[in-house]
Design a protein around this ligand. Sequence first.
Ligand code: GTP
Ligand code: MG
Length: 195
Amino acid sequence: MRYTTQFMISALSAEQFPEPSVGEIAFLGRSNVGKSSLLNNLVGDKAARVSSTPGRTRAINFFALLDQGQRRKLIFADLPGYGYAKISRSISAEWPKFIEPYLGERATLALCVCLVDTNIPPQESDTMLITALRQMQRPHIVVGTKSDRLGGNQLAKSLAVLKKAHGEERILAVSSKTENGVKALWPEILGVLPG
Ligand code: GTP
Ligand code: MG
């Protein structure tokens, strides 16, 4: 995809969200699952900050994707990871208060990309998020990250277990390290955008 990425804002409250414009794609998942890495990989850029310290992304970081005529075509939203706080397991308790308004009310939100780690067993916090998105009738796809760490058989097994646990028919395996599966996400993303 020939887009250039333009950082918009690191929003710490709903008041700081950019004015709704083009369709938005949100990247959601537990801390350290690989949201920022996948976003960078999709745009072929180092737009979003990648860190080995879980919980680094605390704000919603908005990035505009511009076409060659510098027109804004879509927006990527890198959301803070959940599941890092050791005490509370509830998404609503762990997540900053502005995530819920974002998911519930953001009119331009076109697709939620939910990232789950293929290297660990199904996480309840992920099931909770996916279930909540279904209830909110938010279009979503589930992506299994860090697939480079598993062999073919192990990966197939992990995907089957994850699909069953999260009640999903499809989970796309991706690796931001080898870039496997990443390009296959573009049609999913472009398919939900108007026009
Ligand atoms: P938070 O912002 O803290 O919620 O994390 P995040 O979900 O944005 O994860 P991030 O992209 O920062 O990646 C976390 C760590 O996982 C980093 O050390 C990455 O290098 C590593 N990582 C991300 N994607 C992959 C992948 O596909 N394969 C492997 N092997 N490592 C990955
Ligand atoms: Mg991040």
